[in-house]
Design a binder for this molecule. Sequence first.
Ligand SMILES: [Fe+2]
Length: 394
Amino acid sequence: MRYHKLGDVPRKRHTQFRTNGRLLVEEVMGYEGFSGNESILYHLESPCRIAEAREFTPIEHLEWVPDAHVHRHLATGPTDPGGDPISGRRCLMWNSDIEVSLCRPTTETECFFRDGEGDEVFFVVEGSGALETVFGSLPFREHDYVVVPRGTTYRFALDQTPQTWLVFHTPGEIETPNRYRNRYGQLLESAPFSQRDFHPPAELETHRESGDFDLTVRVRGGLQRYLLDYHPFDVVGWDGYVYPYTFNVHDFEPRTGRLHLPPPVHQTFQGPNFVICSFCPRELDYDPEAVPLPYHHSNLQSEEVIYYVSGEFGSRKGIEVGSVTVHPSGLPHGPQPGLVEKALGMRRTEELAVMWDTFRPLRLTEFALALDDPAYAYSWREGTPAPVAESTTG
Ligand SMILES: [Fe+2]
């Protein structure tokens, strides 16, 4: 990310900085000890201050171990909305690198929240509002990725509209792909987005309020609750490279080739042993002989999961908006019979989808079981294979 500043900060770091004569509390928030990106925040009160340490609740995933290793279709569309932006998260799948949940909140979070053990990304399938954070308020809208660095205290203010989000949590760092950046970190001319497409918090409001404030921190595989006696958004200014931001998927500039380009051209973010990609409306491969759909592929080390946001997805049958397909490692996958013939000559697709590929196996939850469509595994089997004479090939 680039350098950003909101509010007041002193001319030199680690110097006396006062507001109305009161010495402010400087907090350095950084990755990799003191070697990674960091921001410096100036608080009215110590960010260590708590009034009471309350209960700790472990996060437990109810695992579903399927009877058979096959391609899966999880139909999330009919999932009932409910809960708030924290309690409403329903985990679909996870491994030690990533956890992916569906969240359809209907109420706002009653307490403040901080993920103390991972970065988070929200993909806003539908909905809008603002993520209020210690760094300031971050408005979000439909089809935004909302990226929240670990350690960011926040709460959601929701507009009165249906909300459906994909929520990613990773113990690693969410970054733009290395290959999109130059050696200084700036995004390259050839990247599918530029710094202008990334939006940091717009406004910093400093809260000077005593009272009772609940804070939940995700840490050590669970949720630790605290009671605070001072508003956690008491920052008068901050600057640095660590802050939450939004990126709207429609600002992703899709790549098209004369012949089909592979999924890495859709990559949007990287994390440890996984990528997040965006399939956006775009022109299709333009050679007259091109096959404008993916070829069958065996990703020998990947699990490929796609969430279908809108439009018609040309390479898949039997899926709809809100569907999730899981193509696990060890099995080839590709368009179902008939789809390639149908797609020949197509010049444009309106599909919008978000994909996460992991390099290590994913585990599914009982929530995923409830959404499972067992017919999907057989969707490549149509009729009886027709005998083809050798001379007809070519
Ligand atoms: Fe694939």
